[in-house]
Design a protein around this ligand. Structure first.
Ligand SMILES: C[S@@+](CC[C@H](N)C(=O)[O-])C[C@H]1O[C@@H](n2cnc3c(N)ncnc32)[C@H](O)[C@@H]1O
Length: 214
């Protein structure tokens, strides 16, 4: 099992996304970030180039943040973005394949997965959700943003077209294991999570939620 390799995209990822979607992914990422303001122990998985992290350290300056990504280049870009802006102890960078990462039980009061769980097959995503649900404290908030497939109509066809293009591109460039979007929200509900905030963009192609178990 080899993790996808996003190294080649680290420097151009933000520009590529702007070219394809304008500012829509940024809006989805940060729509509910404020909800994490009071959180103390935050796990960010698949952080990417550090745009979320840079906001998070200002928003929750007293939090401990564990930032995990498989890509050395993404982590380096994220660390560079933070340089001089944050106490080095506040953020722990871990280069690891999230599927193989051991996590403590009942530890985090916030989990952040932004455009990350779409990289995995349904079976892998299910395994990750199980592990993250154990690592989450009972009062944990889970900030989730990702692509989505609307239920029906032209929105579904439009989304399907975009998803086919995106999976074609990312499978070739980064070797992600997923061929199609896993049904993460349904899996979250199966694990006892419910969303307490939700928004959508691009005719339902993008969604952002805050999930909770209380
Ligand atoms: C599509 S990018 C999303 C980045 C960022 N969170 C965002 O909002 O744009 C997926 C990120 O997850 C990381 N990633 C992919 N597979 C991974 C894995 N198995 N373990 C850890 N990180 C992984 C990639 O290196 C990349 O930084």
């Amino acid at each position: 099992m080899t993790a996808a390799n996003f190294d080649r995209l680290a420097r151009i990822y933000a520009a590529l996304e702007r070219l394809a979607f304008g500012g829509a992914l940024e809006r989805a990422r940060f729509r509910f970030l404020d909800e994490l303001r009071d959180r103390k122990n935050i796990l960010v998985l698949g952080e990417g180039d550090g745009r979320c992290l840079a906001r998070l350290v200002h928003l929750a300056p007293h939090a401990r943040i564990q930032c995990v990504d498989a890509s050395a280049a993404m982590l380096a870009t994220a660390a560079q973005r933070l340089r001089g802006n944050v106490h080095p102890a506040a953020v722990q960078f871990t280069q690891a394949d999230a599927r193989q990462l051991a996590l403590p039980t009942d530890e985090f009061d916030a989990i952040v997965t932004l455009f990350f769980l779409d990289c995995f097959t349904a079976a892998e995503a299910g395994g990750l959700l199980a592990k993250l649900s154990l690592a989450a404290r009972r009062d944990c908030l889970w900030l989730y943003a990702d692509f989505a497939l609307p239920a029906e109509g032209w929105r579904r066809w439009r989304a399907r077209l975009w998803l086919d293009v995106l999976y074609f591109f990312f499978r070739r460039v980064t070797r992600i294991s997923a061929r199609a979007l896993p049904e993460i929200p349904a899996m979250m509900i199966d694990r006892g999570w419910h969303h307490i905030a939700h928004d959508e963009w691009q005719a339902g192609l993008l969604r952002s939620d805050v999930w909770s178990r209380v």
